[in-house]
Design a protein around this ligand. Structure first.
Ligand code: TYM
Length: 346
């Protein structure tokens, strides 16, 4: 059975990368299979979160889910800390996963930076909790942006090792091996100021990202001031035979292909269509069209988020209901895992 799971951290303003790389795909996928969308507050506290901000930030992600079009009756929306199965299964996975695997995680290296010794232990074992999120629901498919690929590989390895250690193999294993779903031209949205860095909540400059809460003028201004290069926009001859953009081509003009990729994703067009449309034009003509499209697509969502922000009780009700439904699925899976490990249970 196909089951979708994904999560977003409540660590501050959501941006265009979160939307195009992940949340937008959550909406489409909810029609294909049972879908569970989590707000991962346990993950958020792996780096310091001001306690008074964590609740509002959690509601903000819920508002984005709802405003993007996730239907809380059809899909499950909840915050992670409410369902204790996540933390319990994560502990078991901490004992299954290997330190060597954790040491290869590039996200830890990036986030811990030079101050590795000062990073929380939680930041280090973050991937085991993420594996638990997914596998507590026996989810088979996980829509994420490109930056989560390695964490998904970690979850697959953990599931496989658990199945092997406790059940002797995959066929009668407890857990499925979850597949990432990484979609489209905007699976990796880059900073508007530096095409070699990903668009991120934690970048100190707000001009590097388009926030889902930005108003019309701010969006237009950020796109106008986005970094570009002096050349004209390329045509479809830069694509490979299957219509994809080769990595070396993207890297040769990172800012240019970032903006074109954003356009393609917002317009729901292929690379070929977008490159055909803008071939030979300058950024001066392209940027206003991109700004207009971004405002048209993000504006209504921003308005809906504002409306929901004024109704926190409605969001809290949805999260509580979602947590009950999530726990109903996760508890029996946790029990199965505990039994496989050999714990004495009721
Ligand atoms: P987080 O909160 O950093 O990001 C949420 C989602 O947004 C995607 N994303 C991007 N996509 C394209 N371009 C970008 N610049 C960009 N920035 C972020 C991320 O890939 C992600 O899909 N570890 C996860 C949260 C998590 C999770 C899970 C995800 C915890 N448990 C279980 C899936 C399944 C994270 O930090 O996402």
């Amino acid at each position: 059975m196909k089951r979708i799971f994904s999560g977003v951290q409540p660590t501050g303003a959501l941006h265009l990368g979160n939307y195009l790389g992940a949340i937008r795909n959550f909406v489409d996928l909810q029609h294909e299979a049972e879908a569970i969308y989590c707000i991962v507050d346990l993950h958020a506290i792996t780096v310091w979160q001001e306690p008074s901000a964590l609740g509002p930030n959690t509601r903000e992600v819920a508002a984005a889910y709802l405003a993007a079009g996730i239907d809380p009756k059809k899909s499950i929306i909840f915050n992670q800390s409410r369902v204790s199965a996540h933390a319990e299964l994560a502990w078991i996975f901490n004992c299954v996963a290997r330190i060597g695997w954790l040491n290869r995680m590039t996200q830890f290296k990036e986030k811990a930076g030079k101050h590795r010794e000062q990073a929380s232990a939680g930041l280090y074992i973050y991937p085991a909790l993420m594996a638990a999120d997914i596998l507590a629901y026996k989810a088979t498919h996980v829509p994420v942006g490109d930056d989560q690929k390695q964490h998904l590989e970690f979850a697959r390895n953990t599931a496989q090792k658990f199945n092997y250690d406790y059940r002797g193999g995959d066929e009668n294993g407890v857990f499925p091996l979850p597949e990432p779903i990484i979609m489209g031209a905007a699976a990796r949205v880059m900073s508007l100021r530096d095409g070699s860095k990903k668009m991120s909540k934690s970048d100190t400059s707000d001009m590097t990202r388009i926030n889902l809460s930005d108003d019309r003028d701010t969006i237009a201004d950020k796109i106008k001031r986005a970094r570009t290069d002096p050349d004209m926009l390329p045509g479809p001859d830069v694509l490979d035979e299957s219509g994809d953009l080769p990595e070396h081509t993207r890297k040769s003009r990172p800012e240019c292909f970032n903006l074109l990729g954003i356009y393609a994703a917002l317009a729901n067009e292929s690379w070929r269509e977008v490159l055909q449309r803008f071939e030979g034009q300058g950024f001066g003509g392209f940027k206003p069209q991109l700004a207009e499209l971004a405002v048209e697509k993000l504006g209504p969502m921003g308005q809906e988020m504002t409306r929901l922000r004024n109704d926190p009780a409605e969001i809290d009700r949805i999260l509580a209901d979602g947590a009950d439904r999530a726990a109903e699925i996760a508890q029996p899976v946790l029990k199965e895992a505990k039994q496989a490990v050999g714990f004495l249970l009721d």
